[in-house]
Design a protein around this ligand. Structure first.
Ligand code: FDA
Length: 310
């Protein structure tokens, strides 16, 4: 409950325009703990560095809730260019996109622009043997995101596109069951948005229990799971679960965020698990950064100290 109140406070305050302006102007050096840089070259450099520790990359051009079709198309072009650059650098292109950044909710030529652009992106990734994960955003977008995921799997196959379920949402277990005919590649996360209690569990213990249930159900169904968490007790439980149920290490991976628990990422990679870091980059870092601060009270002090240093 306290976690929920803390998250609500941070996300409410960070939504104020004057706070945004202040943090944007003073906190870039602090944000770089969580963001690999401003351009694709910095993100690809981060992938190379992680490779040295046996950690794979998942590239994310920052941006969300793009308001016009022009901006959405521009954003999609940047993601296509990222795929080209990764491929040219010999890096298997694994990217995450937020459908709201490529036009979800805007209809152009009779189709949702988010789907049109996602189709171009998944098509290009497939051409390079890469992969696209559709990030999950706030709850009003879940139905459409899952429907668009279904369309993309039917068009390209489940080896090239995946999506995310959030364990804080009451609906996620039913969503997981409803997706099983696709043998989907799913990333399981706890959920990072400010959601009403009518849709999301307020207690952390419930969110954690739901997290385990989702991961185990996906594993038992024989489908690929991206166990995306920094929660060590969950990670330990998953290690035991896979041993007890004979789940092959080829059927799951651990995923964490760039700049968070690098020690644990390295340790898991050394133990022979597949580990992938989510590497965000780009100028539109504020919303992503706010969610990271909202996840952990100690991060507020880290930001304030960094801002005071200038
Ligand atoms: P929890 O919050 O319980 O934290 C466990 C421990 O991890 C903490 O005690 C602390 O040590 C460490 N930790 C967690 N967050 C930290 C932070 N910000 N700074 C420092 N330490 C921290 N969400 C979403 O809604 N949609 C999405 O598509 C995604 N995608 C995604 C991809 C990947 C690869 C990851 C790892 C996470 C996401 N998320 C997400 C975010 C997710 O929903 C969640 O908010 C964070 O992962 C934090 O939750 P944990 O599972 O780490 O557990």
């Amino acid at each position: 409950m306290i976690d929920q109140l803390y998250r609500k406070a941070v996300l409410t305050v960070s939504g104020q325009k004057f706070v945004e302006d202040l943090v944007r102007s003073r906190a870039w050096s602090v944000a770089q703990r969580f963001v690999a840089g401003e351009d694709a070259a910095s993100a690809l450099q981060a992938v190379r560095e992680l490779e040295g520790d046996g950690i794979l990359g998942n590239l994310d051009l920052l941006g969300e809730f793009v308001a016009s079709p022009e901006k959405a198309n521009e954003f999609a072009e940047k993601v296509l260019s990222l795929l080209d650059q990764a491929n040219a650098a010999g890096i298997p292109p694994y990217v995450s996109i937020k459908l709201s950044s490529v036009g979800q909710g805007q209809t152009v030529n009779g189709e949702d622009l988010g789907l049109t652009n996602a189709r171009r992106i998944v098509g290009r990734a497939k051409q390079y043997g890469g992969f696209v994960c559709l990030d999950m955003e706030d709850h009003p977008r879940v139905d459409l995101t899952l429907a668009q995921f279904r369309t993309l799997v039917n068009e390209f196959g489940n080896q090239f596109v995946g999506t995310v379920l959030q364990s804080y949402l009451y609906r996620s277990e039913a969503d997981l069951a409803a997706l099983q005919d696709l043998h989907p590649n799913l990333r399981i996360v706890k959920g990072a948005y400010l959601e009403p209690e009518s849709v999301a569990m307020p207690d952390k213990a419930d969110v954690d229990a739901s997290y385990r249930r989702l991961v185990y159900a996906q594993m038992k169904a024989g489908n690929y799971v991206n166990v995306a968490t920094h929660d060590e007790s969950i990670i330990e439980d998953v290690k035991h679960f896979v041993l007890a149920h004979g789940i092959s290490r080829d059927m799951f991976e651990f995923q964490m965020l760039y700049g968070i628990r690098r020690d644990l990422q390295k340790e898991l990679a050394q133990q022979g698990y597949r580990v992938r870091a989510y590497i965000p980059y780009g100028r539109d870092w504020y919303a992503y950064f706010s969610r990271r601060i909202a996840e952990r009270p100690a991060n507020v002090m880290f930001v304030l100290r960094g801002m005071l240093k200038g």
